[in-house]
Design a protein around this ligand. Structure first.
Ligand code: HEM
Length: 397
């Protein structure tokens, strides 16, 4: 291979052969646009735990890209783009809302949402998993976490998608125009929700952030930015992962059968889906100082991308890494990251994945509803998710 490029159409369709090449031949690789790609599990974990691989440069890159205005202000305050001490301060404020004990209240809501979303499709015996289940489920769950009305998911999803499109190297002038318009409406919506919470009180994440604001721990812009971030990161990731998980099971009918016979394997099956085909394929850092990694000299300001999708197939960590095996000894994967930025929403994501996979696996005669070569991935580099996933099953089941 010459220079690895995640925007290449073949890599987008199936990145795993390139990952194996990197893992074997060039684990710290200088790829397209002079970006470093790190693939081995141990190296990815080391980079994610090392503050010299920082985020502030990435924040500057995106704020410059979107141009001056509210969008840049909000993007500049995103927790994912902060280094210490701001990162720790924000994580300390919002962290308690993500604990299993705080989220348990959402479990029955999530199970009920899956049933509600599946119901209209049962008589038809067909549905698009991405559009009709994964996206609405993920959006409603994250609105529930924040304490915003589930009924707002349509508008919130539209703003979030429009803002998300601006955070892509391939964003067009039209994408930017829509993103700037969407953030104004989005921020206005959050301001109104905050005013309502201020009047009515509550015990959700909005209330928690208002309290932090009153104690001088969080600025108003940071609240708006955090709401936008959670909605964006919390739904694109889960929605794409639901699609990837269902496709992995459909592509391995023996494993789907096994899960039907042994529902006790559900949690393990979801972990294997996360390992086998993660929705977040990579995470980006920028170096604060020169660093040596596996004999390569990385320079200050170099951009370093760690490939979770590759780390999850590293034969040094996993036996038969390309086998999809839901009985595999559950060795944690890199799909939720590692170190101080380990995903805050992992429990919420797992709850949704388990509910969606369990409900779909129960459908009699479940199968792919189109030819497998008709499936297409969304044009993204960091995220991996299907544009649509038609399924078919026995109607009335
Ligand atoms: C399957 C679904 C998900 C996947 C694969 C995923 C993956 C990740 C990864 C890899 C990171 C680390 C980013 C980095 O190191 O740069 C991360 C961080 C984060 N995730 Fe998730 N995520 C998922 C769902 C969610 C959900 C549901 C939420 C919440 C609403 C969420 C909120 C966050 C936040 C706030 C961070 C930043 C943490 C920090 O900077 O300290 N994620 N996620």
């Amino acid at each position: 291979m010459t220079a690895f490029d995640p925007t290449d159409a073949d890599v987008r369709r199936d990145p795993y052969p390139s990952y194996h090449w990197l893992l074997r031949h060039d684990p710290v690789h200088r790829g397209a646009h002079r970006v470093w790609y790190v693939s081995r599990f141990a190296d990815v974990r080391a980079v994610l735990g090392d503050e010299r691989f920082a985020r502030t440069g990435i924040r500057r890159f995106w704020t410059d890209l979107v141009g001056p205005g509210l969008l840049a202000e909000i993007v500049g305050d995103i927790i994912l783009f902060q280094d210490e001490p701001d990162h720790g301060r924000l994580r300390g404020v919002v962290g308690p809302a993500f604990s299993p004990s705080a989220l348990r209240r959402l479990e029955p809501v999530i199970a009920g949402t899956v049933d509600d979303l599946l119901r209209p499709a049962l008589a038809r015996g067909a549905m698009d998993v991405v559009d009709e289940l994964a996206y609405p489920l993920a959006l409603r769950a994250v609105l529930g976490l924040l304490g915003l009305p589930a009924a707002d998911w349509g508008a919130v999803g539209r703003w979030s998608r429009d803002v998300g499109r601006t955070l892509d190297r391939g964003a067009s002038a039209e994408d930017m125009r829509r993103g700037h318009a969407a953030i104004a409406e989005f921020a206005d919506y959050v301001e109104r929700a905050l005013a309502r919470r201020r009047r009515e009180g509550g015990e959700d994440l909005l209330a928690l952030m208002l309290d932090a604001h009153d104690r001088g721990l969080m600025s108003r812009n940071e609240i708006v930015s955090t709401v936008v971030t959670f909605i964006f990161t919390g739904h694109e990731t889960v929605a794409s992962q639901v699609g990837n998980a269902v496709l992995s099971l459909l592509a391995h009918p023996d494993q789907l059968d096994l899960l039907r016979r042994r529902p006790d394997l559900l949690a393990q099956a979801v972990e294997e889906c996360l390992r086998y085909d993660p929705s977040v394929q990579s995470n980006t850092r920028q170096l604060d100082v020169d660093v040596e990694l596996r004999g390569r000299r990385l320079r200050r300001d170099d951009v370093v991308v760690v490939l979770a999708g590759a780390a999850n197939r590293d034969p040094r960590r996993y036996d038969r890494p390309d086998d999809f095996d839901i009985e595999r000894d559950p060795v944690p994967s890199m799909s939720f990251g590692a170190g101080m930025r380990y995903c805050l929403g992992s429990y919420l994501a797992r709850t949704q994945l388990r509910a969606a996979v369990a409900a779909l696996a129960r459908l009699p005669g479940l199968r792919l509803g189109c030819a497998s070569d008709a499936l297409a991935y969304q044009p993204r580099t960091m995220f991996r998710g299907l544009a649509s996933l038609p399924i078919a099953f026995t109607p009335g089941g």
